[in-house]
Design a protein around this ligand. Structure first.
Ligand code: 8LE
Length: 464
């Protein structure tokens, strides 16, 4: 079967646009028999590995040590033996080969954008994006936006940080390739959220990109400004950066506030085109894994072998088109569950029905139980009179670990005892651990302008 513009190195026709009536950008690729698609991907994996082996000492060293050659990859079982790449290895490679590391597979003169991790602790990692790669990224993500229902001529409002953060730039370049009008509004500067409300009300864009936390923040500010966010007239809101768009109560809160379709997307900045995991207009829940753009595996976090459909594991990602810093089996350290079923939109991709629900490192281990911070978020958003923000504090008192959930409420101080006792008991039975529940006034906990950080684990300080 002939797949549209399928080649490596990749170069897409920059003038291509699908038939206006088609829900698909590339109808063949998106709806083909998955086994046939996988067969084409397997050949591509070999090509990408061949390319990386011959152009980077990093991959050569790594695979030589594992005793494997790109030509050995004749099955997915063989591919699963390829050792994963970790963030620590990339940091190490960039320390010894600054600034891009010896996994840069193209000439430095080919680098078109530099982005990087925005982490405030530890050494930053630089992302080098090649000139041709940037064009290919734009094309792929335009294709995914098309799948979300965004169309040429639509205005796309980008309300995320424009800085090292790749999310905003990736959304912008995708919208440009799709022949949209982009409003690169940004976020994070003083007073910017109130101004975003004004601009949204004036411009009435069709599409909006941000982190889920920031969309909720924006809805609160709109309310303070006496503007109903439904008046923005948004059609599609797409999110990446953190769990949220697939957390049922968070999703509903955004849908209710803005009256728009909520779409979850996003893998990792290193994996740009990071939208390769994304919902669509016809399959708006969860995220589809667009396997012909990036190869997504969900793996056992110890062996890094794929787990069967229906099971939970950690995503491992492989670029199929990048020639600047191709990631080949990048370990995400996130958690998800994947399934293969008929998707209402007709695309034959596997799906993450609950999105990516958190990072393995962020899971709270307390008294033999594992607590996902997203479970707490999901629960609290469903509680009447919840004020919209909370913190989870874990500390050690004596020899016992203690978990405190501090949540805002809209109730006046004298009328909170029912709220406190029911919410505390509800949390405790949901999580299976003892919880000390406290309420605080609404609008007193700081809101995230980017990704929310709600867990304060004081035990880390005790250990140090
Ligand atoms: C649940 C993908 C991008 C550019 O938006 C991003 O945030 O990349 P970054 O800064 O490298 O962070 C990647 C991490 O953010 C992932 O490993 C995951 O923990 C989290 N993340 C990103 N998108 C989602 C997400 N978690 N759902 C998402 N949709």
């Amino acid at each position: 079967m002939e797949m549209e513009q399928w080649a490596f190195p990749t170069r897409y026709d920059q003038d291509y646009l699908p038939d206006p009536g088609s829900p698909y950008w590339f109808p063949v690729r998106e709806t083909m028999d998955p086994a046939e698609r996988d067969a084409a991907v397997l050949v591509r994996l070999r090509e990408v590995m061949d390319y990386a082996y011959s152009t980077s000492s990093f991959y050569r060293r790594k695979w030589d040590a594992a005793g494997l050659k790109p030509a050995d990859i004749t099955s997915f079982e063989a591919f699963e033996q390829v050792p994963v790449v970790t963030k620590a290895e990339m940091r190490e490679s960039q320390a010894t080969h600054p600034p891009f590391g010896d996994y840069l597979c193209c000439d430095e003169s080919e680098v078109h954008h530099i982005h990087g991790t925005s982490g405030t602790t530890g050494a930053p990692t630089a992302f080098a994006l090649g000139r041709r790669d940037w064009e290919v990224i734009a094309d792929n993500q335009a294709r995914i936006l098309w799948g979300m229902g965004v169309r040429p001529g639509d205005t796309v409002f980008v309300a995320a940080l424009f800085s090292l953060y790749l999310g905003s730039w990736g959304a912008m370049t995708a919208a440009e390739r799709l022949r949209c009008r982009v409003l690169p509004f940004g976020a994070g500067a003083q007073g910017m959220t109130a101004r975003a409300v004004t601009w949204l009300a004036r411009v009435k864009p069709a599409a909006f990109y941000a982190t889920p936390s920031y969309a909720l923040r924006l809805a609160e500010v709109a309310e303070q400004e006496k503007i109903d966010p439904r008046e923005f007239g948004l059609k599609v809101m797409f999110f990446s950066g953190e769990p949220g768009a697939s957390i049922p109560t968070v999703r509903r809160a955004i849908e209710d506030a803005f009256g728009a379709t909520v779409i979850d997307c996003g893998t990792m900045a290193e994996m740009t085109p990071f939208m390769s995991a994304s919902a669509t207009a016809g399959t708006p829940d969860g995220m589809l894994l667009w396997q012909d753009i990036v190869w997504h595996e969900v793996c056992d976090p110890a062996s890094f072998r794929t787990v069967p459909y229906g099971s939970e594991g950690t995503p491992v990602y492989t670029h199929l088109e990048r020639t600047s810093q191709p990631m080949i089996r990048l370990a995400s350290n996130d958690l998800t569950r994947w399934v293969m079923e008929d998707n209402p939109c007709g695309r034959t991709y596997p799906k993450l029905p609950d999105g990516v629900y958190g990072r393995i490192d962020d899971m709270i281990h307390i008294r033999g139980e594992n607590v996902y911070p997203t479970e707490v978020d999901n629960f609290l958003r469903g509680v009447p009179d919840y004020g919209g923000e909370h913190r989870i504090v874990v500390r050690r008192t004596g020899s016992m670990d203690e978990m405190i959930v501090r949540a805002e409420t809209t109730l006046p101080p004298g009328e909170r005892s029912g709220f406190e006792s029911t919410t505390g008991a509800g949390l405790q039975s949901l999580l299976g651990v003892r919880v000390t529940f406290e309420s605080v006034d609404a609008h007193t906990l700081e809101r995230a302008e980017h990704k929310a950080r709600r867990v304060v684990d004081e035990r880390e300080h005790t250990r140090r």
